[in-house]
Ligand binder design. Structure first.
Ligand code: DAS
Length: 362
């Protein structure tokens, strides 16, 4: 055996030396025709790693670098010319307003570049819906911006990250995805960044939109069934290039035996608005009403959302006299989405009538 190897090795070496050099310097015609997609990596489970293939829910998020994510799906190069940038490496439950601002500025800068046709953002699933909505409000470009995550780490059996990433690049490189606002691609579905939220905490079919997905992506092709009607991206009055910081907005959850402790604490901490995640149709427990009226009189905006959120919306002046109290309703936005819109809206210092208009339109 050893003699055989000794004879083959020099021949193999000779063959390698005789092979024509594969040049990566020149763009092939095929590459020239492919769209250019940039993958901005921020962390999350899609970059996670577990101790064994059986660990589909027990793992460490935000471990794998973007180069490894891209290398793990070689088929991406059949879809687009892809390059990766590591923006953060964090679990998304720890995202801060500064993370949102930094990421949005990087997206806006890339979207202006003629050599960028689409952007994919790999992101933790916990707050993916918040980042997606924020970008939907402040990025002035109609180029596809697609958020993607995974519910299982790449080390797990039946990991979902590879196909989710492939699908996200397939949508981001697709001209039919232009002008549809910021999107989220998970589990073969294409969702509006405005509508989508994480509805299940450990299944791959985790992301839902109360009014339905916009479409599906199958074997690299996007199939559309709806388009967003609410204002977004190029139709938005908000622009990341005009936003230096975001005001503090907090969420207080409604439940039985409620008192005003949380609302008072948030006001003391400097909140400019409080999202009331009310029971039912955004109801406010009687002991809390006087405090919310007083906080409104002190200049805080009070925005009624609901802890119930799958296909309904908070009706103005139904459970509470919003006109008389000068309060705002979040319409169909869940509390975490309402917080994002309130933060962005308050950068323009609107009165409550203007703020309510913004909640109707976005
Ligand atoms: N901790 C979660 C996050 O980073 C992991 C995930 O599901 O992506 O959002």
């Amino acid at each position: 055996m050893k003699i055989l190897l000794n004879r083959i090795a020099p021949l193999g070496l000779l063959l390698v030396l005789l092979m024509p050099p594969v040049s990566h310097a020149r763009t092939t015609d095929a590459e020239a025709k492919l769209a250019n997609v940039v993958i901005l990596a921020t962390g999350g489970t899609i970059a996670g790693a577990g101790a064994s293939a059986a660990n589909s829910a027990t793992y460490q998020a935000a471990k794998v670098p973007v180069e490894q994510l891209v290398a793990g799906v070689p088929e991406l190069k059949d879809l687009a010319n892809v390059r990766g940038e590591q923006v953060f490496q964090v679990a998304s439950e720890s995202f801060t307003n500064d993370n949102l601002l930094q990421l949005a500025r990087q997206v806006a800068k890339l979207a202006k570049q003629a050599d960028v046709d689409g952007i994919v953002i790999t992101h933790g699933t916990d707050t993916l819906e918040e980042t997606a909505y924020f970008l939907n409000l402040v990025i002035h470009s109609d180029k596809p911006v697609v958020l993607v995550g995974s519910m299982r780490p790449g080390t797990a059996m039946s990991a979902d990250g590879m196909l989710n990433l492939y699908n996200a690049v397939a949508v981001a490189r697709d001209a039919t995805a232009r002008g549809k606002g910021v999107l989220a691609v998970m589990n073969d579905e294409i969702h509006s960044g405005r509508d989508v939220s994480k509805a299940v905490n450990i299944r791959t079919e985790a992301f839902k939109s109360p009014w339905g997905a916009l479409g599906m992506v199958v074997e690299g092709k996007s199939y559309w069934f709806r388009a967003p009607l609410k204002r977004h991206t190029t139709a938005s009055e908000f622009d990341i290039e005009k936003i230096d910081s975001l005001p503090r907005v907090d969420i207080a959850y409604g439940y039985g035996n409620l008192d005003d402790t949380a609302y008072q604490a948030f006001a003391k901490a400097g909140a400019k608005a409080i999202i009331h995640a009310g029971t039912g149709n955004g109801s406010v427990a009687a002991p809390v009403v006087p405090t919310l009226k007083a906080l409104r009189a002190d200049g805080l905006q009070i925005i009624r959302s609901s802890r119930v959120n799958q296909g309904g919306f908070v009706l103005r002046n139904a459970e509470q006299p919003d006109d008389a109290n000068d309060w705002v309703v979040a319409h169909d936005l869940n509390p975490q989405k309402a917080r994002i819109l309130a933060m962005v809206a308050l950068t323009g210092n609107p009165d409550s009538q203007a703020l309510q208009r913004i909640f109707w339109e976005y």
